[in-house]
Design a binder for this molecule. Structure first.
Ligand code: ATP
Length: 291
């Protein structure tokens, strides 16, 4: 299911002293099956854009097309359930929204709320706990007895239990330790590669953009500043720096190497790419070491 923005603008609290511009004339497509990263400085409109992906916000001008459904400023707030099911939204620190007595009930709550019979919803919860990499014995535990990282997995399992086609994540690794972050990112890669799920992720982690995404949307002051593949986006480090956006660690390291006289045909984005490019430039030395 593609999601397309056609000249979308969104104004917060129009006509009041608190009026604020969230998005301005944004046109873009998030293709079915993509892994899209949304990046941009604070206040650039990332959260506003995310909330349009499942019609939590409706554009104040323009059209958001979600699959075959068009959302316009005139769209009635009723009958949006199908969209909410197809586009699962994981907000920042989603564990704060856990509330049921057991993990299983918490995960089953969403589907039940959407009309799935209790027995099926509870069965889905068992499957989802496994999918997000938690042991089965958490099912009967209170979510509040789990670690922070486990609670976040439970919250994500609750969204996955709705069987969405698109998973939208707002800084999903914020506050996790390095191991927790890696495991969480591996989970999204599994969902993307094994289940063909479309992933849309707001992140400040440029390493994650380089390592996982295949499409990047850069926002600035509510406008689309650039979109393309990670290679296209990171090909111009000066532009990113001017926008107060970072570079992947590897790309940054490559910049230092370029200053020392190394030449790269294209910007290395990952450790493996950089290693391969360096090996190609230092064949004799690498060979000597091996012998
Ligand atoms: N409720 C609101 N009322 C008025 N203006 C708002 C409101 N919420 C957001 N805005 C404005 O809309 C613009 C975009 O905000 P948004 O939260 O989408 O940015 P963001 O990129 O997600 O920021 P962050 O990285 O800090 O989460 C900002 O200028 C912000 O001040």
């Amino acid at each position: 299911m593609d999601i397309t923005f056609k000249d979308v603008s969104y104004t917060y609290q129009p006509g009041t002293p608190f009026q604020g511009l969230g998005l301005e004339h944004v046109s873009l497509t998030i293709e079915s099956g993509s892994y899209t990263a949304i990046i941009g400085h604070t206040g650039s409109g990332k959260s506003t854009l995310l909330q349009h992906l499942n019609a939590l916000l409706k554009p104040t001008a323009g059209v958001v097309q979600i699959g075959d459904r068009e959302i316009t400023p005139e769209t009635n707030n009723k009958n949006l359930k199908a969209i909410r099911q197809k586009v699962g939204m994981v907000f920042q620190f989603p564990e704060s929204q856990l509330f049921e007595a057991t993990v299983q009930k918490d995960i089953a709550f969403g589907p039940q709320n959407f009309g799935v019979p209790e027995a099926e919803a509870m069965a889905r919860a068992i499957h989802m706990v496994e999918l997000v990499g938690l042991p089965a014995d958490v099912l009967e535990k209170s979510p509040f007895d789990l670690s922070g990282g486990q609670m976040r997995r439970v919250a994500i399992a609750g969204v996955l239990a709705m069987q969405p086609e698109v998973l939208v994540l707002d800084e999903p690794t914020a506050g996790l330790d390095p191991v927790g972050r890696r495991e969480m990112m591996a989970l999204f890669t599994r969902l993307h590669e094994e289940q063909g799920m479309t992933i849309v992720m707001v992140t400040h982690q440029m390493d994650d953009v380089a390592n996982y995404a295949n499409h990047v949307i850069v926002l600035e002051n509510g406008q689309l500043a650039k979109s393309g593949t990670p290679r296209e986006i990171f090909a111009d480090p000066a532009w990113l720096t001017a926008k107060h956006l970072g570079l992947p660690t590897t790309t940054q390291f490559a910049q230092a190497l370029i200053q020392k006289g190394f030449v790269f045909d294209q910007v290395p984005l990952t450790e493996h790419e950089l290693a391969a490019m360096l090996q190609a430039q230092l064949p004799s030395k690498v060979g000597e070491r091996r012998e």
